[in-house]
Unconditional design. Sequence first.
Length: 330
Amino acid sequence: MKWIFILWLGLFVSVAVYAEPENNSPSFQLFLQQTKQQLGQKYTYPSQWLDSQFSTIKRFYDFRPAKTVTDEPLAFGHITLEHYLPARFTSEQIEYGAQLLVQHGALLQRLQQQYGVQPRFLVALWGALSNYALSQDAYPMLSVVASKVFAQQLPMSELIAALDLVKHFPTQTWVTERQGVIAPIGFSPSRLQQFGQDGNGDGVLDIRHSVADMLASLAYFLQQQGWQAEQTWGRQVKLPALFKAEYGMAHSASFAYWQNLGVRRFDGGNLPKRQDMQISLLRPDGATGRHYLVYDNYRALYAWQNDHYFALSVSYLSERLKLKFRQLKK
């Protein structure tokens, strides 16, 4: 169960500004000087290059209020999956996602062959993260990340990763959103450094403008979390009355185990007879809410935000996209 709160936007002024170099606080300037010195001693950054990069950094001030929730519809009180999932995506979003499956069909098939991730999951993750957008807010990456590190809102490793990206891709204009993540899929510099892929082979890593780079990066991330090409994400199930057994992501067992405990498909049918899978039972909203058996691919989706509502929303959208895509292909 999640708690959602309405923010009356008219009561807030959203502002994100930079201070000019001469207006930077002495403490921030001292932080930059010390950081540059430490990085120059510990890493193999050329001193002249490091000087040129740090000379561009300005203090980033963000006065916009943080969102209470990023992936749920706004409402008073609480909401459960029973109401959240049907309201999470509009029919227009589902229709557009299915059209993207057609439009980028050749690319998605190539990525499936390369990374083993089915197209509908890549488009569903894209839709859940950004409503199928590409570039969004754009603030100079080094300024934002350095300011967040100075304010102890990001670790130093993110600034190091940001510098590495600038060094390895010097012709790109590196920008982030105000949180220090890179649109549209919210990769931090370190996550982009670890999972970013040049999906179109042009030698540039640009997830803000290249659909191929963005989708390839999503696919590689999921692959590295243990995605199984021959599996789906899981299924909604029914439990017997007075069900008592271990559940949660930390407990996995076979289909036969769950079958013997009385767990059944949502339509009442028996569970699959596969013996090569370990499955977990989820009850995100407790005994009275929806229940799911989830597989390795769900674990990969869950790794994105470590949030069941998010992972289930991506799974839900993938199922809706599959149905709509079939209708479009008829």
